[in-house]
Every structure is written in C-alpha cells, then in structure tokens.
Write a protein that binds this ligand. Structure first.
Ligand code: 5AD
Ligand code: SF4
Length: 512
C-alpha cells in the first residue's frame, strides 16, 4: 500500500463505527480534515507486517517552498521527541528553509509536544497562548502542533475550539509528510489535521539536522506494545516496530566516520528490539554485539524494560569496550501489588534478581531508574516498599513523578483514595532519599580520575567546561576550549549532589 492508498484506507476507517463521534465533532469546526486522531483506533493493533520505505524524497513541487523563510521548533519531552525534531529540521532544510532560534524571526513555528503527564501538556497550551499575539501581528505566520499530544482526540478538539491560532496539527506517524502538510497549510485557511491513529511504517533515509557533532541519537525501534496501565505512549507512538539491523549499523558507522564520540540507541522499549522480525532471530544483544565493533568511543541505549532484558544482552554488555556501564532501568514501584496493577509484568523479586544478575556480570555497573508515586490506592506500606527497593538496588539517581491520569488509559478509570497532599508528601520523601543516595554516589569520586566526554562550556560559567563520565555524571572543570569534543581525564576535586568538579589531567582521544 502506498502512502496515498494508506491515507485513503484510514479515512474510510475513520468514518465507520468507532470514529463516528470524532468525525462529527471535527466537521463542526473546519473543512480541511485529512485525518483526525482516535485513541480507540490506536489501541487496535493490526497484524499487518511492518513496511519499510527507503525512498523518502522531497517532491519537485515543494523544493523551493522554504526560500526566504525561517523555521523554529520547540521540543518538549523525551529523547525520542528531540530526535524527531532533528528529522523535522532536516526536512525543513531540504525544503530550503533556514533555522532560527527565536520565534519572532520565524515564518513557521512547530511545538513538538509530550503527552506523558498533564503538566507537560499544560506547558504547551500556555505556549500556544503566548503565540496568539505573534499570530495576530503576523497572520502569515504558520503555527503547528506535532508530537504525542496531537495523537489525542481531546487535545485536537481543544485546539480547534480554543486555539484558532494553530494552522497545523500532525501526529507522530506523519512526520515524513511535513512537506505536504506545510503545502496544505499555505493553501488553506482552515486548520490542517493529519494524525494517523494506527502505527506508521518504518521510513528510512529521512534527512536529519543533528544537534551538535559530539553525541548522536539513533532510533532502533518505534512504538511500544507493553500497555502499562498508566501510560499513553502505546497509543501515541503505535505498535513496536524495529528498524532493520543493517540500517541501524549503517547509521552508526556514518556517525563514527563523522567523528561523533557517543551514540545513544533509542526506543520506548529497546529490549523488545527485533521481536517483530519474522525472518530473523535478532535482538538487542545481537545489535549491540555488532555495534561494539564500530569505532565509536561510547555507546548507550534507552529506555529499557526489565521484563525483556535478556541474558544475551547482559553477556554482550559485560564485554565492555565502548558499551557504557550505566543502565537506566525504570522500576516504577517497589511493590509487587502495585506493579501488578501497573501491568509491568514483573515482581519486586524478579526486578531484584535481574539487578543481581547484571551486577554479577558487570561488577562496575551503575543503575538509575524512573519511579511513579501515588498510584491509585497506593498504600503507605506499598510506598515504603519502593523506598526499600531504592536502597536495596543502590540506584545512583532517579526521575520521580506523581502519577498523572491520562485519558484513554486503564488507570485513568481507577478510583483513587490517595489524596494529593499524601502523594506530594511521598514524592518529597522519595526525593530526599534520591538526593541522599546521589550525593553518596558522587562522594565516592573524590580524588578519583574519571574520563569525561567534553560537551562544551558550562551553562553557568563560560570559563568552565562541562561533560559526562561513562556513568553519565556531570563534571565541571577548567580546561582549554580545545578539549571540547574530546574524551579527557579529569581528577575530581569536589563532589556535589548532582555534579562533580575537577581539573583536567590529560586529553585521551582526538576527534578525527
Ligand atoms: N504519570 C506519571 N508518570 C508517568 N510516566 C509515564 N506515564 C506516567 C503517568 N501517567 C513516567 C514513567 C516513565 C517515565 C518516562 O514517565 O516513570 O518511565
Ligand atoms: Fe509506557 Fe510502559 Fe511502554 Fe514504557 S514500557 S513506554 S511506561 S507503556
């Protein structure tokens, strides 16, 4: 099925039973609907095999679209979004647009949004409010909303009702359609909506403008099939689909040849890599085994799901080399009962067993994690189990969140007897522990020599350079600017809760 046929097929689907309501809603507000989103449709996982397209091209008719025009993209949320922004920037540049770092200068503004928690969404609505003034002053300005929020029916409805300054809404599966969407928006006075509810295919050869030339992101898979009961991602990002190993390896080789010092392999659930291949038995372990042979100093991957973290991967990680000894392994809760309600598909004991297995294979490993507190009906005892698990694993740091109900997910329908003050108090207690253990982990570096990949000047003092260790610890130190982009040795002179201070000892690796 080509793209046009696919779009037509989906339009047909959207007018039948499951999407009647949204079809009716949308028609009240505008005429140009290419495709409206539906969380219900997103949940219906197709059995169709994933199609790979390597023929992405900018059509002749769009080639000069960007002449004399500038684009600005603001990115919210995770690395996946950051990387999608790099792809959209690549498409803009291929269309002849110039990049700008201020909204005032821009002819097109895109907000690449995140739907993971309510406060992420509120930030975007706030920003849209600010942009209204700009749109009034310059009616020819195009404003677009893309990313995960665009996949939600309620958000699209709200934009149409309340945020008429928005010209385009497009989804996470529609990024490669950016030229057509822009074209449509220039031609039409109505809001252009193109959001495919069901997963897209895998599109290769998309242009990219990467941020910086030291660290690069490489998508290895898209989507998530885990359906944890709190999480909106399986709906907004579609089903799991892996890029072919040869495409991933080629991209990493290119980055290595360009002098990149570090790559991070990206996916919502990277440990499920390859499960969707029908012709080969190939998982993340095999992929890492190939990638570790490539001449690039540092390789990371995120985000892992404990359930799919297999022995083959542990074995490959244990062989070290350019594979970093830091694993981000979201646990979410330390209580088996809560984990069950979250549908995480592992128990506290299984998580601890996995951690023990990894520690035995890689003695110098460090763990970080994600935790949600205040899940519906979480008891004090269950919360204490999270605290005790945190200590038992010895996490070096964590991203901690208060549970935020997401419309369309099973947890949003659960009754909840935990008052917000209790949730906030639990978050505070957890954060105190996180701080305490982070400071303790940092303390161990006092007087030690660490290898730091130097990323640039410190945010707070241009006299100071900043970079990260193999275990992702931020280090600030004085050194000549020539150290930027290199891996250097730094002696740690002072430790803080979230960062280390030091002095450079020597440079290690030259950038080609
Ligand atoms: N509420 C709070 N936190 C959430 N996360 C995902 N969904 C929610 C939600 N509804 C957190 C999880 C996940 C991280 C990226 O965001 O901890 O690992
Ligand atoms: Fe969300 Fe769970 Fe998938 Fe992670 S594994 S993206 S938390 S559904």
């Amino acid at each position: 099925m080509n793209e046009k046929q696919r779009l037509e097929a989906q339009q047909v689907e959207s007018t039948n039973s499951s999407d009647k309501k949204s079809a009716k809603d949308y028609s009240q507000y505008f005429e140009t609907v290419l495709q409206a989103p539906s969380l219900k449709d997103a949940k219906k996982r197709g059995k169709e095999e994933v199609k790979y397209h390597s023929d992405f091209q900018i059509s002749e008719q769009f080639r000069n679209m960007g002449d004399g025009r500038k684009f600005y993209i603001r990115t919210y949320g995770c690395q996946m979004n950051e990387h999608d922004t790099e792809v959209m920037a690549g498409i803009f540049m291929a269309l002849g647009y110039e990049i700008t770092s201020t909204v005032e200068d821009a002819n097109v503004i895109l907000l690449n949004t995140c739907a993971i928690r309510e406060n992420a969404e509120n930030k975007v609505f706030g920003e849209l409010g600010h942009l209204k003034t700009l749109k009034k002053e310059r009616p020819d300005l195009l404003i677009g909303v893309c990313g995960c929020m665009s996949q939600e029916e309620s958000v699209v409805n709200k934009i149409l009702k309340t945020y008429q300054q928005v010209d385009m809404v497009f989804g996470t599966h529609n990024i490669h359609r950016l030229p057509n969407i822009l074209h449509e928006a220039y031609m039409s006075k109505e809001t252009v909506i193109e959001v495919w509810s069901k997963e897209g295919d895998v599109i290769e050869n998309l242009p990219k403008v990467r941020r910086g030339n030291i660290k690069g992101w490489v998508n290895i898979m898209y989507g998530c099939d885990k359906f944890c009961t709190y999480c909106i991602v399986p709906y907004t990002r579609g089903k799991e689909r892996s890029r072919r190993p040869e495409d991933v390896i080629q991209e990493v080789r290119q980055l290595a040849a360009q002098g990149y010092q570090e790559i991070t392999l990206l996916g919502q659930n990277v440990n499920a890599y390859g499960k969707d291949f029908e012709d080969i038995q190939y998982g993340l372990g095999e992929l890492m085994q190939e990638i570790r042979k490539i001449d690039i100093p540092r390789v990371r991957f995120m985000t892992s799901h404990p359930r799919d973290f297999d022995d083959r991967l542990i074995e490959v990680l244990a062989s070290g080399g350019n594979l970093m000894n830091h694993i981000h392994l979201p646990v979410q809760s330390g209580s088996t009962e809560v984990l069950k309600i979250m549908a995480r598909k592992y128990t506290r004991e299984q998580y601890l067993e996995l951690v023990a297995k990894i520690k035995a294979a890689i003695p110098d490993v460090s763990f970080t994690t994600d935790i949600i507190v205040g899940y519906p009906n979480e008891t004090e005892e269950q919360f204490e189990e999270t605290m005790s698990l945190y200590r038992e694993v010895g996490f070096e740091t964590a991203y901690t969140f208060i549970y935020s109900p997401r419309e369309g997910t099973p947890a949003a329908k659960m009754e909840d007897n935990v008052p917000m003050e209790v949730k906030k108090e639990r978050l505070q207690r957890l954060n105190s522990l996180v701080n305490e253990m982070s400071a303790a982990a940092m303390k161990k570096y006092e007087g030690q020599i660490v290898e730091v990949l130097v990323e640039g000047e410190s945010k707070y003092n241009p006299e100071v350079l900043a970079g990260y260790t193999s275990k992702s610890k931020l280090v600030n130190f004085k050194a000549p600017k020539t150290a930027i982009g290199k891996i250097v040795k730094v002696r740690i002179t002072e430790t803080k809760t979230w960062s280390l201070n030091g002095e450079m000892v020597e440079e290690l690796v030259e950038v080609n």
